[in-house]
Design a protein around this ligand. Structure first.
Ligand SMILES: [Zn+2]
Length: 406
């Protein structure tokens, strides 16, 4: 392959192709830091190809152009993990595993030492216990039969039994004396203390390092939705993290419309006494929407709960709108065992207006955004169809994620 010099810096190799609406040029690294391509306005942005990369990886070339959602995901997936990243992962994982092997060897050694120490302690304790007067009496009585020089006869056995009986009864009649003698012995017993298993912590550290290494190759929050894309789910979780000022460490799909029946009984069975729930719904008009609240879902007749953290929100994926709760004292969720999930609650004369409510059968329900959750659209008419694409929700799929913060 020929080496192409930069037109502006003759001793430098042209590494990039840059272009905008008006021009295209080969440039070098120095060009980038100079003002050759400095006239960057929002409407006439420079695009940039790394020549060597574009020759090697067609996806790098295509990624510079306007792609539809489907193609973008495919192209991004190809670009995601470089050869260098994998090499780094394998080399470092190997290093950590070797280190773990050393730590495991040390742990086994520690364990063996510990066992020796424990046995030594036991031996010492028993030696001390032998010195207790009561025990000495017991042993010397036994000696009558076991260490006698004379022939054992029935008389001696009877004698020994009687002595032992007397001894045991004496001990039993005075447990205080027994215990005081034992306590006195234990005071003088030195226990050989072993070190804490310091290697356990090292092992944990190493395993954690490997986890960190693998992390970028896993789905960030380890969850996949069948209703929304991975990217949108991550956007929702990032928003929750930001609003609650806490770090998400785990998400758990506790209700999955693919397997769980869509009704209030199943809903309450899954969410009862759970908090930090993110719910995603799909209506039969294929409108996707949902809500998040940190409030606990209590199985009760009819009670609303406020969200002191003010991190609750309702969203419409279809309309790309977010509706945060208006105030920390406002009603974030409404728990009603005869209904499905309900967010916001407002008594308007005889009519009860929920910002989002789903009935027992997941078909009926209503939405009056703006009562407790933000609605800043003047088109009042669209208000109650905004989320569902119609007046009633008529849910065909639902996912509920339980979020755990660190
Ligand atoms: Zn140059």
């Amino acid at each position: 392959m020929n080496c192409l010099s930069c037109k502006y810096h003759f001793n430098k190799q042209a590494l990039f192709i840059v272009w905008n609406k008006d021009q295209l040029m080969f440039i070098c690294e120095e060009c980038i830091s100079s003002n050759i391509i400095d006239t960057n306005t929002q409407s006439n942005k420079w695009k940039k190809l790394v020549i060597e990369k574009a020759i090697r990886e067609p996806d790098h070339f295509f990624s510079q152009f306007e792609l539809n959602e489907k193609n973008k995901i495919r192209i991004q997936a190809l670009q995601k993990y470089s050869f260098e990243q994998f090499k780094y992962l394998i080399e470092n994982t190997e290093k950590h595993i070797q280190e773990i092997q050393c730590i495991l060897d040390r742990i086994i050694n520690d364990l063996k030492l510990e066992v020796v120490n424990i046995n030594e302690n036991k031996y010492n304790h028993r030696k001390q216990l032998e010195q207790v007067q009561i025990y000495q009496n017991f042993r010397s009585t036994l000696d009558l039969v076991y260490n006698s020089q004379t022939q054992i006869n029935l008389e001696i056995i009877n004698q020994c039994e009687n002595n032992l009986k007397q001894l045991c009864h004496n001990i039993e009649s005075n447990p205080i004396q027994l215990n005081t003698q034992l306590e006195r012995i234990f005071i003088n017993c030195n226990i050989i203390k072993t070190q804490e298993f310091q290697h356990n912590k090292q092992l944990k550290d190493q395993l954690y390092q490997i986890q960190l290494l693998i992390q970028p190759f896993k789905n960030k929050y380890n969850c996949l939705s069948s209703i929304v894309s991975e990217e949108f789910l991550e956007e929702l979780l990032a928003r929750i993290q930001l609003n609650s000022k806490k770090k998400i460490i785990k998400t758990n799909l506790i209700f999955d419309g693919k397997n769980d029946r869509l009704n209030a009984t199943m809903f309450w069975k899954k969410v009862q006494n759970k908090e930090n729930l993110l719910m995603i719904f799909k209506s039969n008009k294929n409108y996707i929407f949902g809500a998040y609240s940190p409030c606990k879902w209590v199985y009760t007749k009819n009670h609303s709960y406020a969200d002191k953290t003010k991190s609750s929100f309702i969203f419409s994926k279809t309309n790309n709108t977010f509706h945060p709760i208006l105030d920390k004292d406002y009603k974030a969720i409404n728990c009603n065992k005869t209904k499905g999930p309900c967010f916001g609650y407002c008594e308007n004369g005889d009519i009860i207006e929920y910002d989002l409510s789903i009935d027992e059968d997941f078909q009926g329900g209503c939405s009056y955004l703006g009562n407790n959750y933000l609605w800043n659209n003047d088109e009042a008419q669209k208000l109650n169809t905004h989320l569902f694409g119609q007046i009633q929700p008529k849910i065909i799929n639902c996912e509920i994620y339980e979020i755990t913060f660190s």
